[in-house]
Design a protein around this ligand. Structure first.
Ligand SMILES: [Mg+2]
Length: 267
């Protein structure tokens, strides 16, 4: 594979560029590759499964970690979910469970975010302040026919909330409660859904064959990138790998490295 010929380089964020968005300590090997790519004229972007923060907030985190990134090249799971709904039902009435980030992404993309019926879509993101009333209302709306979207698919994830380090129940587990109560099935919008990657590449104005997906997670970054037809690079970090459901998707990366700056000599 001729990586040097590829022009669009899409990076995962958590455990690829920084430890995670709540501990935004950059990895030096990632910074070196990023800066080298910019120096030789490549386009860099990020696509994260984090839905707790909006694309704008993710952009702030990545820039503060010293990565030179443009806001319009920053894609969050919330933004991907909003695009997914907007493409099917422009201006749909959406009830969004989130910590604010996904709600902002939905509003930014022109969706009608509501707290009252009627509701076309219930979108469930990770929300550590979610109330029973919100969960119950979401369930009722799905029972009445609203579509159920899960903004990314983590069952749990490590983080820090109100100053407390912990592992938290993820959006997929909240959506599972609604599925159980209603018999409905959610659509998980986030990596590894290949549509998310193809839409991101298209939005950035590139062809799939010209694009690379780089991440730490075979189940999300690699499975999604492969299914979309992109070149895939796995960086093997020691821990912090979040579990996603990739079913029987191919999770074999084209290239595996321990340090992302090992890529520089392949260009
Ligand atoms: Mg990651």
């Amino acid at each position: 594979m001729n990586l040097g010929a590829k022009n669009l380089w899409i990076f995962d964020v958590d455990n690829t560029l920084v430890r995670d968005v709540e501990h935004p300590i950059p990895f030096d090997d990632a910074l070196r590759l990023w800066n080298h790519l910019l120096k030789i004229g490549k386009v860099v972007a990020v696509l994260t499964n984090v839905g707790r923060l909006s694309a704008r907030q993710i952009h702030n985190v990545v820039v503060e970690a010293r990565y030179d990134l443009q806001l319009e090249r920053t894609f969050s799971a919330g933004a991907a979910a909003a695009a997914y709904v907007q493409n099917r039902s422009p201006g749909a009435r959406c009830f969004v469970i989130s910590e604010g980030g996904a709600t902002e992404d939905f509003v930014t993309r022109g969706l009608n975010v509501v707290n009252n019926p009627p509701v076309d879509y219930v979108a469930v993101g990770a929300d550590r302040g979610m109330t029973f009333a919100e969960l119950n209302f979401a369930t009722k709306m799905v029972k009445e026919g609203a579509g159920l979207i899960c903004i990314s698919g983590s069952r749990d994830y490590p983080g820090i909330y109100h100053g407390q380090e912990d592992v938290f129940i993820g959006e997929r587990s909240i959506a599972a409660a609604i599925e159980d109560a209603t018999g409905a099935e959610c659509v998980v919008v986030g990596k590894p859904l290949p549509e998310i990657l193809t839409e991101t590449v298209k939005t950035l104005g590139f062809a799939i064959e010209d694009s690379v997906m780089i991440g730490d997670n075979p189940q999300s970054d690699i499975a999604g990138g492969k299914a979309a037809g992109m070149a895939t690079i796995l960086v093997q970090r020691d821990d912090n790998i979040i579990e996603f459901d990739a079913g029987d998707m191919d999770q074999t990366p084209d290239v595996i490295v321990k340090q992302l700056d090992d890529i520089i000599e392949m260009l």
